[in-house]
Design a protein around this ligand. Structure first.
Ligand code: ZN
Length: 183
């Protein structure tokens, strides 16, 4: 079972690497790892388990965050319209995106970052992601709003990018041009 001690924190060089594509079909070990990543997110949102194992609640986790530099992400959350998203994905790729941007009004957080980093993180308002799921199915997901932000945050981890790398360091609360706040 993955716990907080398995999660790398900022400063670890693995978090700044570009992760390698997973050769398909994935190995049993890769599938098990990804299933465990998804289970961690579910556990972290279960009050009893989170208390018992001191898990910080998370909605997404990328393999580099547990020290595995491979293109695998897990997400588990409801968006603001209460649509449930729960996926373990191999080789997720943004195949198209809107010109319009969005940002979370409350900023972003990360299981690998044990501090608040204030500021707006510009993201695409809408993205289309292609990936292979845990059952080997090829998926094409059209995402917007909060869901699009979560996926972009996790896919960034596969490219060695942390959310704060995208914050304007001179003026962190600069509203990105052509953007909509997600409250
Ligand atoms: Zn993160």
């Amino acid at each position: 079972m993955i716990t907080m001690k398995d999660i790398l924190r900022e400063g670890d060089p693995i978090l700044n690497q570009v992760a390698e594509a997973v050769e398909l079909p994935p190995t049993e070990e890769e599938k098990n790892t990804l299933a465990e990543m998804l289970q961690f997110l579910k556990n972290s949102q279960d009050e009893e388990l989170a208390n018992a194992y001191q898990l910080r609640a998370g909605v997404g986790l990328a393999a580099p965050q547990i020290g595995i530099s491979k293109r695998m992400i897990a997400v588990h959350f409801q968006d603001f319209e209460e649509t449930q998203y729960s996926y373990g994905l191999f080789n997720p790729k943004i195949v198209s995106h809107s010109v319009a941007l969005s940002y979370l009004a409350g900023g972003e957080g990360c299981l690998s970052v044990d501090r608040e980093v204030p500021g707006y993180v510009p993201r695409y308002q809408r993205i289309t992601v292609k990936a292979t799921d845990l059952n080997g199915e090829e998926l094409k997901l059209k995402l917007k709003g909060y869901a699009a932000i979560v996926f972009q945050h996790e896919i960034d981890h596969l490219n060695g990018v942390m959310f704060y790398d995208r914050i304007n360091s001179e003026a962190p609360f600069t509203v990105p041009e052509n953007s909509k706040a997600i409250e």
